[in-house]
Design a protein around this ligand. Sequence first.
Ligand code: ADP
Length: 240
Amino acid sequence: MTAIRIEGLTKRYGSGDTAVDALKGVDMSIAAGEVVGLIGPSGSGKSTLLKCLGAVTEPTAGRMTLGGETIFDSGQGGWISKDLHALRRDRIGFVFQAPYLIPFLDVTDNVALLPMLAGKSNNQSRLRAMELLRALDVAHRAKASVVQLSGGEQQRVAIARALANQPPVILADEPTAPLDSERALIVMTILGQMASQYQTAIIVVTHDEKIIPTFRRIYHIRDGITYEEQGEGRTLQGLS
Ligand code: ADP
């Protein structure tokens, strides 16, 4: 199944002489369970594309489908859902360079918070959080305060949080930038396992040379246009 489909996406900032065309007709298609890289120099349009996909910025034209459902179509007047908060909360997971965990909640509640906000009971939300913490090998830290965790453990909890509402899509912005090679490759392995276990499509925006060989498919972006390339798709074993 196609989890993300983007067709003819454009974004113009401003108007008249000062207009900037940040996206000039982007086409992408990502299957459920697939992890793809999005790579491009500064100013090429990566953040604009993530912001459009994350329903933070309104595209100028084109169409975007998430998990088989059209979320934006300029031919139908723009955003299909009028509740963009719910769209972001329920259908898109975000992983950032820094984990941004909430320091006064324990590990379980950092993960359970989003399902709670989406209306699930506290009990159901915590059961879901525990399932993910087990899948990510950090269940033994479930009751710990997040400030007691190592950097690697914090990033695992951040990945668990991104998966908490079972979104069809995760957008990861430079998730390995602060990590050394070994930890960066472990994070990529975990993302790959989670993508296939939960059939989530994951887009990883990166400049990180260490992880580029792990992608099977890469979209390069330059001046608002994407080009697709087959990657090497190497595993952790293949890299060491
Ligand atoms: P990247 O994330 O690859 O660095 P961006 O998506 O941030 O690229 O930027 C793409 C282009 O759009 C750049 O020319 C940038 O200056 C321009 N741009 C980004 N945000 C805005 C904005 N809010 N207003 C005007 N121009 C913008």
